[in-house]
Design a protein around this ligand. Sequence first.
Ligand SMILES: *Cc1c(COP(=O)(O)O)cnc(C)c1O
Length: 385
Amino acid sequence: MIYLDNAASTQISGDVLDSMLPYLREQFGNPSSIHRYGRLAQKAISKARKQVAELINADPSEILFTSGGTESNNTSLYGIVKKNPGSRIITSLIEHDAILEPCKNLEKEGFDVVYLPVNNLGMVDPPSLEKALNENTSLVSIMFGNNEVGTIEPISELAKICKEKQIPFHTDAVQAIGKISIDVKELGLDLLSMSSHKINGPKGIGALYVKKGISIDPIIFGGGQEKGLRSGTENVANIVGFGKACELARKNLVTNISKMKELRDYLSKKILKEIPCVTLNGHPEKRLPNNVHLTFLGVNGEDLLIKLDENGIAASTGSACSVQIQKASHVLQAMGFSHEQITGSLRLTVGISNTMEEMDETVKILKHVVEELRAVSPFKEKYSF
Ligand SMILES: *Cc1c(COP(=O)(O)O)cnc(C)c1O
């Protein structure tokens, strides 16, 4: 199999797994315990908190461990806005469901949620944020890098606009960490969501960066772990693994980025050259180093996925696939794509262990599969493939 769905999840790194095993075997203590077992677990968490903080240039005290990107997003929304019932929340039309769904729920609870549009490259226009801000705004949340089309948003400009008005700014950076150099201080961010399994760490663990001085309310109550902000016995092994994944991501950032870019550019150029009637979606330059998002006119993306899978390639259409039911992409809709363009979309996301040979093989198979599907396409007459 050739795995090209690294935006959905990545393979756990061997070093990460090795770092976790002692905490699943002999070091099984509860970090809240006074005895040696507890102290060792607590120490391991402290080390991981530092490793996570270092990846984004935060202070360890600003890192809150959660169960992943989804919980980090929910915590930053509910944790900030609950204090101001009925206030305005500004986000964008292209966010992950882990922002859009809690926002929908907050609308039901009487909050005024504004969804900023994007241009046809998937980018939010900073002046549109400026216009949407009002006295009553309690939070702005705009993602760092889009999980479908890979477009990188103008985060520094957006954060600056919020800072001037003293409105907290959150970014869902799940797709961006380990793929872009991120410095929360330099960017002026207040809250940032991270997830471990998108950077070769284990699933079910992530973190929320909360800038010193920003006060959030918990959404989970209990034993008071994580300074009372996230109760529940810490998932020590996962936290340790996430810390290790962050350390590796930081140490190898430059080489990983250039490797992914090389694979990505080679793959997309070759596809565009060898297969007719294909377009590359998203921003041509301001895009995640691992993302290739394409539209094959006259082809159904789901048929394409099944055929690719049969031929040993794991890919995605990119749109949220909740319990295996494919929805029409809200991201591509927001970018103004036609129904036909949306249907023909495919996302290929490379990872640090992919090879150039795999890229060649992928193009070969893709070319063949697309030809096969186009031969029976109802749009055969419309285009000269
Ligand atoms: C994967 C993803 C999430 C969800 O993270 P989990 O750790 O799987 O809950 C949130 N936002 C974006 C942009 C993602 O790609």
